[in-house]
Design a protein around this ligand. Sequence first.
Ligand SMILES: CC(C)=CC(=O)SCCNC(=O)CCNC(=O)[C@H](O)C(C)(C)COP(=O)(O)OP(=O)(O)OC[C@H]1O[C@@H](n2cnc3c(N)ncnc32)[C@H](O)[C@@H]1OP(=O)(O)O
Length: 257
Amino acid sequence: MTFETLIVEIRGAVALVTLNRPQALNALNSVVMRELSEAFKTFDTDPAVRAVVLTGSEKAFAAGADIKEMQHVEFAEAYSSDFLAGWAELPNFRKPLIAAVSGFALGGGCELAMMCDFIIASKTARFGQPEITLGIIPGMGGTQRLVRAIGKAKAMDLCLTGRMMDAEEAERSGLVARVVEPGKLIDEALAAAERIAGLSGPSVLMAKEAVNRAFELTLAEGLRFERRLFQALFATEDQKEGMAAFVEKRPPAFKNR
Ligand SMILES: CC(C)=CC(=O)SCCNC(=O)CCNC(=O)[C@H](O)C(C)(C)COP(=O)(O)OP(=O)(O)OC[C@H]1O[C@@H](n2cnc3c(N)ncnc32)[C@H](O)[C@@H]1OP(=O)(O)O
């Protein structure tokens, strides 16, 4: 796969996708959106890809939507083209997706990281929703996902002041799953992705689907949904293998069926 704004490397069962617009701190323009969408569609149908890591550069995961591309957009055009709607496809990606964030993850960059299943951050990471300083508001999910991730008080603070928070505050707030030393970011994210890739495929997909449903369903509906998926997994060979391996004190050999 060759792209203008992304580098895709396949490392065993894991695809490492690196945003590659260093001159603009990985600002997210329409080309990045189209290419990410294309790459993720390919991964979704490729059984060899079992998890994905999305990262940027040391200085910036992504410094937001491309301000230079957006600067002259008019309302009629934004509305009729449903501007930014293309980004809504990424959260539909079914396989595990880890954001490895170093440096700035601002505006659309923070929103892109939040579309991933979890975020591993370097100590240098800085998160924020500075759109308010440009006379706009977040438009790729910031006002919604940030509230769910870190609660109303902190989300309001970030969205209304446009200030940045460092990796430590982001981890304390629940936005980030782990913070690692700068030089270890990619290794740590790849190790997590490889670990997931080695587990039973159906249970991994169902775990992701069930956790994501927590954002949409009532507790009673969510619990019922979880239970149905849990019960369905007893129809898989991997459930038999996983439990037999535990009892026989050996590592499981999952077949993803
Ligand atoms: C999703 C929606 C609805 C909205 C958004 O995301 S709006 C964008 C939100 N993000 C921001 O407001 C951040 C903008 N960037 C900055 O504030 C700074 O670049 C910085 C604090 C991240 C880093 O500052 P630094 O002084 O280290 O670097 P710069 O010289 O400012 O940037 C280097 C180079 O990158 C270009 N750049 C940076 N961010 C963007 C962006 N979001 N869109 C387009 N271009 C961006 C910057 O202009 C500069 O390039 P030039 O030297 O060619 O101007």
